[in-house]
Design a binder for this molecule. Structure first.
Ligand SMILES: Nc1ncnc2c1ncn2[C@@H]1O[C@H](COP(=O)(O)OP(=O)(O)OP(=O)(O)O)[C@@H](O)[C@H]1O
Ligand SMILES: CC(=O)N[C@H]1[C@@H]2OC[C@@H](O2)[C@@H](O)[C@@H]1O[C@H](C)C(=O)O
Length: 367
């Protein structure tokens, strides 16, 4: 008789650095098994988005503001869970736990570091009646790790092949890579900005949330002098382990870099797309993958994918080709990390984060 637990249902909730919405999945998970059961994406109201963005930079009265945002987010998470359960005709009692990443508003993984994700787990547990696993990053940081990226072990579970070198690239607000070498997880780190600068720039100049398909970037030629200035940021030369966020790569950072360049706004957008493409391809140059799998919202940016493909000699495809659509990979990973927590299995990968050892990640809040 096997002592292994049968598959159980878990919810994964992700609100990433792009602030484009709440991604939610229900997944059926056990040791060797992961099936997506249902998915849902819900917008974040514009006013709450503004408050979150405000908290991503140091400012006045942060504790009260963070407390209020944490509660509002939990309400939205709970409503999202309810809609997701309703659409899948699943009762809350059937779900073992919710893995709630929360909203990162500060990530300082350096000496005596910390990472802050908002979204009150107590409120979410009480409102849904489901146990919540949250605060996934700080245990890894306490062990000397970056606390990010955390998704690589899940990428390994889903996408590793015994006979191939596979790079999984998540292009969200930030971008991160996972290096899978003949079935083994051999590394992973944040490469730098993914969509965040392109989103901010088009928002500022055309009041649009993002550059659909990269059409605006594709309408101009990148400026090589600006590209070199952007790529000269020391982050790109740092060896892994490394992780980053809006603390470094923000509109303020971009405006500083633009100081000695006089360019049209479309040329800047083209150069920002090129920055993302180059920083990703540079990050993969030593690894020499046989295959590159792309996930995250950037997988829908046709121009960006073409530029990444042009810079790499290996085939670049969406994770959809491997059975998981790019939009759900991160939320699915947090369902999987909730499963790992409930099964008391290690969630972090020291080869990625630099932590001194493997450890169980996250705190459980019962309803
Ligand atoms: N059709 C599209 N064309 C171009 N870009 C797109 C398209 N669809 C989504 N995106 C980009 O994807 C972003 C959202 O990506 P995603 O949901 O992966 O980010 P996230 O989860 O917030 O980020 P992170 O991985 O940093 O936490 C949008 O802000 C936008 O820039
Ligand atoms: C601190 C934080 O929220 N980091 C995010 C962000 O978005 C992408 C990249 O930067 C990655 O390091 C991480 O998210 C994913 C889910 C991760 O931990 O793997």
């Amino acid at each position: 008789m096997s002592s292994k637990a049968p598959p159980a249902l878990f919810i994964g909730l992700m609100t990433g650095t792009s602030l484009d919405g709440i991604d939610a999945v229900i997944a059926n998970i056990s040791d060797n098994h992961f099936t997506l059961v249902s998915t849902l994406s819900q917008p974040i109201p514009e006013s709450l988005r503004g408050e979150i963005l405000g908290l991503c930079q140091p400012g006045n009265n942060e504790i009260d503001r963070a407390g209020a945002v944490s509660l509002q987010l939990a309400e939205h998470y709970a409503n999202t869970c309810q809609t997701l359960l309703d659409q899948a005709a699943i009762a809350p009692e059937q779900v073992r736990a919710i893995g709630c990443h929360g909203q990162t508003v500060r990530h300082r993984p350096h000496a005596a570091g910390f990472s802050v994700q908002l979204g009150c787990p107590d409120t979410l547990a009480v409102k849904t009646g489901i146990a919540v696993v949250s605060n996934f990053r700080n245990k890894d940081i306490a062990l000397g790790g970056q606390g990010a990226p955390l998704v690589p072990p899940f990428h390994q579970q889903l996408f590793a092949r015994p006979d191939q070198r596979i790079a999984v690239v998540n292009i969200g607000g930030m971008a991160n890579v996972t290096l899978l070498e003949n079935g083994q997880l051999s590394g992973g780190f944040d490469t730098g900005p993914g969509n965040v600068l392109m989103d901010s720039w088009i928002q500022q100049h055309h009041q649009r949330a993002y550059d659909r398909n990269g059409d605006w970037a594709a309408s101009a030629q990148p400026d090589l002098a600006l590209l070199n200035t952007l790529l000269s940021d020391p982050y790109f030369r740092l060896p892994p382990p490394k992780s980053t966020g809006r603390e470094r790569f923000s509109l303020d950072w971009l405006n500083e870099q633009l100081a000695n360049h006089s360019l049209t706004t479309s040329v800047v957008q083209a150069s920002l797309a090129e920055l993302t493409a180059h920083s990703i391809s540079d990050a993969l140059s030593d690894f020499q993958p046989d295959q590159v799998l792309i996930c995250g919202g950037g997988a829908h940016n046709q121009h960006l994918l073409e530029r990444i493909q042009a810079l790499l000699s290996t085939p670049v495809t969406s994770t959809a080709k491997q059975g998981l659509a790019p939009d759900w990979v991160e939320a699915a990973a947090f369902a999987w990390l909730a499963w790992a927590r409930m099964e008391e299995k290690a969630g972090n990968a020291p080869v990625v984060t630099g932590a001194s050892r493997q450890t169980i990640l996250g705190q459980v809040t019962l309803p």
